[in-house]
Design a protein around this ligand. Sequence first.
Ligand SMILES: [Zn+2]
Ligand SMILES: [Zn+2]
Length: 200
Amino acid sequence: MLDTRELGRRPGSQRQVSFSVPAPADLGIEVLGVPEGSSVELTLRQEAVMEGVLVTGTASAVLAGECARCLEPISEQSEFDLQELYVYDDSDIVDDEDEGVSRMVGDLLDLEPVLRDAVVLALPFQPLCRDDCPGLCIECGARLADDPDHQHDEPIDPRWAGLATLVEDRGSADQRAEDRAADPADSGAGPSGSDPKRSE
Ligand SMILES: [Zn+2]
Ligand SMILES: [Zn+2]
């Protein structure tokens, strides 16, 4: 909430304010956002107009999330433009449904919905650690940005694929027999991270 009492209601009067607020919950989208409680720096110009107070300015915060291609954590300072007309609560000239128009509560402006809209609208649906992130290897899941040249053996000749499956089946049957016999801690031979969706 931003108090406009010092601004007054005389059209044309202006006031510049800078302050920081803790980020509210859910400021962002699922894959990228401002962590709750982290600092959001606001630099706002309030300008009294006939029907209310026009607020323009910027919000600056650190975004956190992960790359949609390689899952690398992303942390970057970002700035968002804010602009909103807050009409006086006794004004009857503006439809509350209008975009970019909010209603004041007495002398107070509720900045949170405006901040949330500005942040959410500015965020990419698919955040990337860098614009040309090559993502993960489809064979082994390695991060290609770290190891762009790595290679895998030629895919198995389809005529032999059936045989390979047979061998694999026998291998895993043997493995299961060993698992029953051995300490489970010693049987971790499988590829790690083979089931990345499990954490969901
Ligand atoms: Zn990436
Ligand atoms: Zn690979």
